[in-house]
Design a protein around this ligand. Structure first.
Ligand SMILES: C[C@H](O)CC(=O)SCCNC(=O)CCNC(=O)[C@H](O)C(C)(C)COP(=O)(O)OP(=O)(O)OC[C@H]1O[C@@H](n2cnc3c(N)ncnc32)[C@H](O)[C@@H]1OP(=O)(O)O
Length: 760
C-alpha cells in the first residue's frame, strides 16, 4: 500500500496509487496522496501533475473496510478528511494543474478524485461510476456536485441512483472524459495534456465552478422532482436516494462549494445508518462466499469446463442452458421426445418476451439487488408460461445484440439420446422431482459420460445421497441448485455431500462465476440452505391467517418491510403445486415444526391456482396490478374452521410489528438450525443466500444480520412466548436459546464442538 511520485524531465510529476487489487483509497493512501501533492506543489521542477493507478486500475474508490470499522465503533474519526482538504483545496484549487490518467476502473472516490482534476484521459473500456448508493451512502468526495456539472443533472442522477457505471467511450461523449487513448499512450497523452494546461494551451477547468451543463433552476428542479418520486417507489426504505437528490439540489441552488459541504455532512450521517451497515455487510459477505475452507485454500486449480449437458428442457433446464450459452459454454440439451425438446429449444431461443422481464428491469432501477425472485424450483416445466425470458427477449429489451443471441443459440444442441454425452465435462440434471427417475438417470450417466465428468443435479429438496445411491460416483455428485428464472437469478446454491470431492466443488464454483452467478457452497439436507431457511416464511404467514389475521394485511406488512411481495401473493405466483410439494417434503423432514395448513387444498378445490389461472388470493387481469379478491375470504374462513387455531374461535388481535415478527422470527430460528448443523460455512453465507435467493432486502443485510440487529434475546423470548401460546411451530431452536442466554450474536462463529458436526 503506497503512493509514489516520479518527476520527469518534462516537469510532470506522476503520482501513482498502489493498493492491489483495486487501488482502494485507504486512509494511508489518502495521506500519501496529500503528501505527494504537497511535495509536487512545492517543487520548482514540477510544472504539472498526473495522477494514476498501478496495475491497470485507477481506483475502486474509498476503502470500504473503513466503513466496517466505523460501523463497529460508531466513531466517525476513522474517516479521513478528503472532500475539502484534498480534493478542493489541494488538487482542484492547487496552483499546478492535475490530470487523471484512468484505466480499468474509476469508481466512487476514485472517480471523484479524477473529477477534482482539471482533465481526465482514459484508456478504452474503462468503467466509470459512483456506486456509493449501493453501499447505503452518497458520494463523499464531491461526486454529487462535480458529476452533474460534467455530464448534466439528468445523466448524473441516473448514474448515482442506479449505481450503474458507464464506459469511458460514453464518458467521452458526455464530457466526463477529455480523451480516450490506448493504454500504451495513456501516460504520454496525460503528461502532455497536463503541460498544455500549465502553459495555457488547454483550458484550466475546475469542475466545481462549472454551471454550463446544469440547465436552468426550474429544469433542474423538475428533473430532481421526478427522480424523487421514482425513488420513493423503487427505494422506499432507503434514505440515501432522497438525500443524494437533496444534496445535488443544494449545489444547484447555492453553488458547488455549498453542495460539497452539505454532501460531507449528510455523508457522515448516512455512514452510520442501518441501511449502510446492511449493504456494506452484504458487499463483503458476497465476496466471502468464494472462500470455502478445504476447497479454495488447498492449491487446487479449476479444470476447464467446455461442454455441459443439461437434462430436461423445462423452465429450469432451458434457463440453465441459456445461462451457460450466454457465457460461451457449449450445451447439449436432452429431452425425452421431440415435442418437449422443441419446447425447450424454443424457450431458449424464445420469441416471447414479457412482463416478467420488463418487471425485473423496472425493479432493478433501485440499483440494488431487488430481484423479484419467484421460485419455482420444484416444478420444471409446467408452470410460468408467462415468464420465458430468453435470448430473443434479451434482444427485444435491448440487452443483447442480435448477433450475440444468434451466436449463443448456435452453441446449444438438442438431443434425444446420450450419444453426445461421451465428451461432456459436466451434466446438470433438471428433471421433475422424482427420486426413482433421478436415480435411473444418474446410473445411466455413470455409463455414458467420461470418468472426469461432474454429475450435478438441480434438485431443490431431494437428498443427494439418495440420488447417487445407485452409482459408484459419489465423489462426482453435486447439487447445482439454480433459482428461477435460472438465467436471471443471481444465486447458485452448490450442494455438497460428505463424499463430493473438493475439485468438483471448485469446478462448479468456477462455472457458476463464469455464468455470472454468486455460488454459495452448502451442505446436504432437506431444502438445503435457502428453501430450508425460508420454509417457515409461508408457514408463519399461513399460521397467522389461521389465527384470524387478514391475508392482505399480512402481505402489506411484509412488502412494506422490503420483500418484493407478501407471502400470499408469492404463493399465487409460484403456483399451488409448488406449495403442496414443498409442504410434503418439509412435513416429512421437520414434522415437529410444520403447520399443515388446509388452505391451499381448499383453494385448489375451488378452482384457484394462483396467477397461473388468474385466480388466487388476488385477481390477475392483463395490464392491471393484482387486486385482493374478496371472494377468497369465505374459503379462508372455512380453512380457519378446520384448523381450529383461533383461541376461543375468535381472531387474535396483533400489531403490524407482531405480524412481521411472527412471519420472520421463525425464519431466523430455522437459519439458526442451518448454522447449528453446519449446513453453511459461515453465517454471512445465509445472508447472501437470503438476499440473492429469496430477495430478502439487501439493505437489511440478510436474514441473520437482520436477526442480530433485532437481538437474539428478543427473538428468543418472543418465540418462546408464542410457542407456549400456539405450539411447536414457534419453538426456539437450541442454537438460538444458547446464543440468547449467553448474550452472543447469531453470527458469532460456532464453537469447536459444533464445527465438528458440520455437514461441509
Ligand atoms: C467517499 C466515497 O464517495 C465513498 C466510496 O468511494 S465507497 C466505494 C465505492 N466503490 C465501490 O463501491 C466499488 C466496490 N467494488 C466493486 O464494485 C468491485 O470490487 C470492483 C468492480 C472494483 C472489482 O470487481 P472484481 O474484479 O470482481 O473484484 P472483487 O472480488 O469485487 O474485489 C476484489 C477485492 O477487492 C476488494 N475491494 C473492491 N473494492 C474495494 C473497495 N472500494 N474498498 C475495499 N476493498 C475493495 C474486494 O473486497 C475484494 O477483496 P477480497 O479479494 O479480499 O475478497
Amino acid at each position: 500500500m503506497k503512493v509514489t511520485m516520479e518527476v520527469g524531465n518534462d516537469g510532470v510529476a506522476v503520482i501513482k496509487i498502489s493498493n492491489p487489487p483495486v487501488n482502494a483509497l485507504a486512509p494511508i493512501i489518502i495521506r500519501g496522496l496529500k503528501e505527494k501533492y504537497m511535495e509536487a506543489m512545492n517543487r520548482d521542477d514540477v510544472k504539472a501533475i498526473v495522477v494514476t493507478g498501478e496495475g491497470g486500475r485507477f481506483s475502486g474508490g474509498f476503502d470500504i473496510n473503513v466503513f466496517g470499522t466505523v460501523h463497529k465503533s460508531g466513531d466517525l474519526s476513522a474517516l479521513p478528511s478528503v472532500s475539502v482538504d484534498l480534493v478542493v483545496n489541494t488538487i482542484e484549487d492547487g496552483k499546478k494543474p492535475s490530470v487523471a490518467a484512468i484505466e480499468g476502473l474509476a469508481l466512487g472516490g476514485g472517480l471523484e478524485l479524477a473529477m477534482g482534476c482539471h482533465a481526465r484521459i482514459s484508456a478504452p473500456r474503462t468503467q466509470l461510476g459512483l456506486p456509493e448508493l449501493s453501499l447505503g451512502i452518497i458520494p463523499g468526495f464531491g461526486g454529487t456536485q462535480r458529476l452533474p456539472r460534467l455530464v448534466g443533472i439528468s445523466k448524473a442522477v441516473e448514474m448515482m441512483l442506479m449505481s450503474k457505471p458507464i464506459m469511458s467511450e460514453e464518458g467521452k461523449k458526455l464530457g466526463l472524459i477529455d480523451a480516450v487513448v490506448s493504454s500504451e499512450e495513456l501516460l504520454k497523452v496525460a503528461r502532455s495534456w497536463a503541460l498544455d494546461i500549465a502553459e495555457r494551451r488547454k483550458p484550466w477547468i475546475s469542475s466545481l465552478q462549472r454551471t454550463d451543463k446544469l440547465g436552468s433552476l426550474s429544469e433542474a428542479r423538475e428533473i430532481l422532482k421526478v427522480a424523487r418520486q421514482q425513488s420513493r417507489k423503487t427505494a422506499p426504505n432507503m434514505p440515501q436516494h432522497q438525500v443524494c437528490l437533496d444534496v445535488i439540489e443544494e449545489g444547484v441552488v447555492f453553488g458547488g462549494y455549498s453542495g460539497v459541504l452539505k454532501e460531507e455532512k449528510m455523508f457522515n450521517e448516512l455512514v452510520l445508518s442501518s441501511t449502510s451497515k446492511g449493504l456494506v455487510h452484504v458487499f463483503f459477505a458476497q465476496r466471502l462466499t468464494s472462500k470455502v475452507p478445504n476447497v479454495t485454500d488447498v492449491g487446487l486449480k479449476p479444470r476447464h469446463i467446455k461442454k455441459v449437458a443439461v437434462i430436461g428442457g423445462g423452465l429450469m433446464g432451458s434457463g440453465i442452458a441459456t445461462a451457460l450459452i450466454l457465457s460461451n459454454i457449449s450445451v447439449v440439451l436432452k429431452e425425452i421426445n421431440t415435442d418437449y425438446l422443441q419446447k425447450g429449444m424454443k424457450t431458449i431461443e424464445g420469441s416471447f418476451s414479457l412482463l416478467f422481464g420488463n418487471w425485473i428491469c423496472s425493479i432493478s432501477i433501485a440499483g440494488l439487488a431487488l430481484w423479484p425472485c419467484y421460485r419455482n424450483d420444484l416444478e420444471t416445466s409446467k408452470s410460468w408460461p408467462h415468464c420465458h425470458t430468453n435470448l430473443r427477449s434479451l434482444v427485444t429489451r435491448g440487452k443483447m445484440t442480435e448477433d450475440k443471441a444468434n451466436k449463443a443459440f448456435s452453441i446449444v444442441k438438442g438431443v434425444l439420446d446420450y450419444a453426445e454425452f461421451k465428451d461432456v465435462d459436466m451434466v446438470i440434471e433438471a428433471v421433475i422431482e422424482n427420486i426413482a427417475l433421478k436415480q435411473s438417470i444418474f446410473s445411466e450417466l455413470e455409463k455414458v459420460c467420461p470418468a472426469h465428468c461432474i454429475l450435478a443435479t438441480n434438485t431443490s429438496t431431494i437428498d443427494l445421497n439418495i440420488i447417487g445411491d445407485k452409482t459408484t460416483s459419489q465423489d462426482r455428485i453435486i447439487g447445482a441448485h439454480f433459482f428461477s428464472p435460472a438465467h436471471v437469478m443471481p444465486l447458485l446454491e452448490i450442494v455438497r455431500t460428505a463424499k463430493t470431492s473438493p475439485q468438483v466443488i471448485l469446478d462448479l464454483m468456477t462455472v457458476g462465476k463464469a455464468i455470472k452467478k454468486v455460488p454459495v457452497v452448502v451442505g446436504n439436507c432437506t431444502g438445503f440452505a435457502v428453501n430450508r431457511t425460508f420454509f417457515p416464511y409461508s408457514q408463519g404467514a399461513q399460521f397467522l391467517a389461521h389465527l384470524g389475521v387478514d391475508v392482505f394485511r399480512i402481505d402489506r406488512v411484509i412488502s412494506n418491510f422490503g420483500m418484493p411481495m407478501g407471502p400470499f401473493q408469492l404463493q399465487d405466483l409460484a403456483g399451488y403445486g409448488v406449495a403442496m410439494a414443498v409442504g410434503k417434503e418439509f412435513a416429512s423432514s421437520f414434522a415437529d415444526r410444520t403447520f399443515r395448513s388446509p388452505l391451499v387444498e381448499l383453494l385448489v378445490k375451488s378452482g384457484r391456482n394462483g396467477k397461473n389461472n388468474g385466480k388466487g388470493y388476488y385477481i390477475y387481469e392483463k395490464g392491471n396490478k393484482p387486486k385482493p379478491d374478496p371472494s377468497v375470504l369465505p374459503i379462508i374462513e372455512e380453512s380457519r374452521r378446520i384448523a381450529k387455531l383461533m383461541p376461543g374461535g375468535k381472531p387474535v388481535s396483533v400489531t403490524d410489528q407482531e405480524i412481521l415478527e411472527m412471519v420472520l422470527f421463525p425464519v431466523v430460528n430455522e437459519a439458526c438450525r442451518v448454522m447449528d448443523e453446519g449446513v453453511v460455512v459461515r453465517a454471512s453465507d445465509v445472508d447472501i443466500a437470503s438476499v440473492l435467493g429469496m430477495s430478502f432486502p439487501n439493505y437489511r443485510g440478510g436474514i441473520v444480520f437482520w436477526g442480530d440487529s433485532v437481538g437474539s434475546g428478543y427473538i428468543y423470548s418472543s418465540l418462546k412466548k408464542w410457542s407456549e401460546a400456539y405450539g411447536s411451530f414457534f419453538k426456539p431452536s437450541r442454537f438460538l436459546e444458547e446464543r440468547a442466554t449467553k448474550g452472543l450474536l447469531l453470527s458469532d462463529p460456532v464453537s469447536k464442538s459444533q464445527a465438528s458436526k458440520s455437514r461441509l
